[in-house]
Every structure is written in C-alpha cells, then in structure tokens.
Ligand binder design. Structure first.
Ligand code: SAH
Length: 301
C-alpha cells in the first residue's frame, strides 16, 4: 500500500483519551447528563456555577418571605432560598480560594475536577492568576469555556477535558492546585502523585471533601448511599493524610467543616424546587458521626 502526501496530511493527530477506565466513562456519563436545578438555577444568579455544597450559617428569614406583611409570596420565597443556597456555596469557594494564596497574576493554578468551572473563576478574580480546570466531562469543559469567553477571561482561564490523574501539563508549572469535592472519584495516591508533580516546590494544595470517619469505624449505610448516588468512593479521613505524606504534601491547615456544612443541607431540604433526594442522607451521615466535611491545605515540599 502506498501512502500519498495528501493521505498523511489528512490523518488525524492521535490524541490521548481522557478515559483510563470504564469507571471513568460512567462518571463522565453522569456529569454529561447532569442538569440539576440546584446547580443550574444557583449558577445563573451571577454566572458562577458550583457543583459543591455550602458552608456557614443560614439566614432563616428566607423561609418566611412575606409580601407586604400579609401573605408569603411563593415565587419570591423560592428565589430567596435559591440565592441563600448560592451564597453558602460561594462561601465555600471563597474559603478554599483564600487558602491558595498568596498568589500573583504571574502564577498558574490547577482546578482538578472543575465541574462547570466556578472555582477557577473565583481564584482568577481573587488573584489575577491563570487557571486551568480539568474535568472528565467534555460537556462541562465546553460549558465552562463558554462562560470564560462570555466574561472575556478565556485568555487566562481555560478548561480541559482531561483525567486529573494524568493531565500532561508540565511538571512544576503550578503555584497552587485544588480539589473541591472531587477526590472521591479517584485513588488518592494517584491523585496526589499528579498534584505533587504539577506543583512547584513550596506550592500549595487544598482540598474540601467529605470523608468517612475512621473513629466511627467503616463506611456507614449513609456513606454507602452517597457513594451509590454519585457513583463515587468516599475515602476515610486517615487515607488523606497517609496519601499526602507519601506524595510530598505536608498539611499546614486542617479544618473540620462538618458543623458548618449542616445548615446548608437543612435549608436545601426545604427547597422543594431544588432538592435531589440525597438531602436527608447527608444530614443523617453528618449527625450520626460517620461522615465529616474537611478542608485540608498542604504544602508541596
Ligand atoms: N470542583 C467542582 C466540581 C465538583 S463535582 C466544583 O466545586 O464545582 C466533581 C467533578 O469531578 C466533576 O466535574 C467530574 O467531572 C470531576 N471528575 C471526576 N473524576 C474525574 C477525573 N478522573 N478527572 C477529572 N475530573 C474528574
């Protein structure tokens, strides 16, 4: 067989598949299909789309929204609940971003498991840094890139359809990196090895994650239900510290956010227009002590 020049030019450039297992295909299917109001309606408020939960105290007055002192206006009540949940999710994004610094516009940061991209925008707006988000969902990456274009920050904030366990980005190129609720989709040793490779010496890694509580024992029924709901595999608290220690990530700040996470779920449970059905499971898991919400910040040494 002869291959002509024309054929050679037309041959597609081989691209590395972002998928390294059948499991990752299924996770991508989940996120490609995901259209939950709790993500889209909240994001629409200010075009910051988050796929994580929220922290801090709730303004419970949003439930008693009354119109002119007489009747409750259901539409306004709904909007106020939506806005309040978004405020709490935004507070979580800000809490995480605050632990990444100090950073300057010369720095580059990595948002591992970036969802529809809100976290990268938050970091960029705060520090002026370049941000790269990676997600196993091609649809999310496209959505997030479109958002960045609309904001005219697409030269500084870019999203990629990639496996965070093997991004192909240059070693030591990043001043900071994070996972906001995305560590439960991967083996921690593989994940932290990739963060350690990508971060420069002295770089900062931050995660906010649900984990199961070793002091409770093994994974509870509720933890197993959460795993089944999201197709994920929640790790025990201990595993985070073991895997970080094995990968040159030294914790500098650990915060138990469990108590701070509960009000968000209490409010969300009452938001009939936004519930996904997992609200009671989260509340029980936190309240029976089997599940914890943690922030861990670590230095890459
Ligand atoms: N960090 C985001 C999204 C959290 S949802 C936020 O805070 O809004 C979990 C995300 O992890 C989804 O975007 C999903 O696509 C991503 N994810 C799961 N496994 C992944 C993998 N192996 N590589 C990259 N992203 C992954």
């Amino acid at each position: 067989m002869t291959i002509t020049d024309a054929d050679t030019t037309a041959a597609p450039v081989p691209t590395q598949s972002p998928y390294h297992s059948t499991y990752q295909h299924r996770v991508a299917d989940y996120w490609n299909a995901e259209e939950n109001a709790v993500n889209l309606e909240l994001g629409k408020i200010d075009d910051l789309y988050h796929h994580h939960y929220g922290v801090g105290g709730v303004d419970w007055a949003v439930l008693d929204e009354d119109h002119g002192g007489s009747e409750v206006d259901p539409v306004r009540r709904r909007d106020r609940i939506t806005a309040e949940l978004h405020r709490l999710e935004q507070a979580q994004a800000d809490l995480l971003a605050g632990r990444l610094g100090p950073l300057s516009p010369a720095d580059r940061v990595l948002d591992a498991g970036c969802g529809r991209g809100g976290g990268s925008v938050v970091a960029h707006l705060r520090y002026g840094c370049r941000a790269d988000g990676v997600t196993i969902s091609g649809k999310q990456a496209d959505f997030a890139n479109e958002q960045a274009r609309k904001r005219s920050i697409d030269d500084r904030v870019r999203y990629h359809h990639l496996d965070m366990l093997g991004t192909g980005f240059p070693s030591g190129a990043f001043a900071a990196s994070w996972n906001n609720e995305s560590t439960m989709y991967v083996e921690l040793d593989l994940l932290f090895a990739e963060h350690a490779r990508l971060l420069r010496r002295g770089g900062r890694y931050v995660t906010i994650t649900g984990c199961y509580n070793d002091a409770y024992g093994r994974a509870s029924r509720e933890v197993s239900l959460i795993n089944a709901h999201y197709i994920c595999d929640i790790h025990p608290r201990s595993e985070y510290f073991r895997a970080m220690a094995r990968n040159r990530l030294v914790p500098v700040h650990v915060q138990d956010l469990t108590a701070d996470a509960i009000p968000y779920w209490q409010l969300r449970k009452q938001a009939d227009h936004l519930v996904t059905g997992i609200e009671d499971t989260f509340l029980t898991a936190y309240e029976n002590g089997s599940f914890q919400y943690l922030l861990i910040a670590a230095d890459r040494v």
